[in-house]
Ligand binder design. Structure first.
Ligand code: S3P
Length: 164
C-alpha cells in the first residue's frame, strides 16, 4: 500500500494519479470514498454535521482502505492526525509530499470544496501538522516549485532504490 500524506495543495491527488498509472495500481482518494459512502460532499458534511463527525467518518474509511486491496491511496490533509490512523499507517509505505504554506495556498486558492480554507488560524494548523506528517512518513519529497511529473519520477526512483 502506497499512501500519500501532506497538507491541502501538496499535490496528493495529482501525484497519486501519476504514481498509480506508473505502478499499475488503482488510485483511491479517501475524500472521494467518504463522499461516496455518505452520499454528501466533504463541504456538506462539515457544514451539516461538523468537523468531529467528518473526522470519525474519515477514520473509519481510512482504516478500511489501509486494510483493503493494494492501491495508491491519497489521504485528506487532516487524516494522519488521528492517532488510530497514525498507527495503521505503520504497515504502509507513506510518502509525505512537502509544500510550503504560501505555495499550498496559491495552489488551492478559491477552492470552495475545502471548508478549512476559510478557517482562521490555518497557518497554525499547517505548522502543527508538519510534525504529524514527519512522524508517519517513510519517504519525504519536496514539491516546492516542481511539476507533479517530476515529483512522481522522484518518488518512483526512490522506491526503486529502496527495493533494490
Ligand atoms: C482537510 C483536507 C481535505 C479534506 C477536508 C479536510 C484537512 O483534503 O479532507 O477538507 O483537514 O486538511 P485535501 O488535503 O485533499 O485537500
Amino acid at each position: 500500500m502506497i499512501v500519500l500524506v501532506g497538507f491541502m495543495g501538496a499535490g496528493k491527488t495529482t501525484v497519486g494519479h501519476l504514481l498509480s498509472e506508473r505502478l499499475g495500481l488503482p488510485f483511491v482518494d479517501s475524500d472521494l470514498v467518504i463522499e461516496q459512502r455518505s452520499g454528501r460532499s466533504v463541504r456538506q458534511i462539515f457544514a451539516e454535521d461538523g468537523e468531529p463527525a467528518f473526522r470519525e467518518l474519515e477514520r473509519r474509511v481510512v482504516a478500511d482502505l489501509i486494510d483493503g486491496p493494494e492501491a495508491v491511496l491519497a489521504l485528506g490533509g487532516g487524516a494522519a492526525e488521528h492517532p488510530d490512523t497514525a498507527v495503521r499507517l505503520k504497515s504502509a509505505q507513506v510518502i509525505y509530499l512537502q509544500v510550503g504554506y504560501d505555495e499550498a495556498m496559491l495552489r488551492v486558492a478559491g477552492d470552495q470544496g475545502r471548508p478549512l480554507l476559510r478557517r482562521p488560524g490555518l497557518e497554525t494548523l499547517y505548522q502543527r501538522r508538519l510534525g504529524v506528517y514527519d512522524n508517519v512518513a517513510t519517504l519525504t519529497v519536496a514539491t516546492g516549485g516542481r511539476r507533479p511529473e517530476a515529483v512522481s519520477q522522484d518518488i518512483l526512483a526512490q522506491l526503486r532504490v529502496r527495493r533494490a
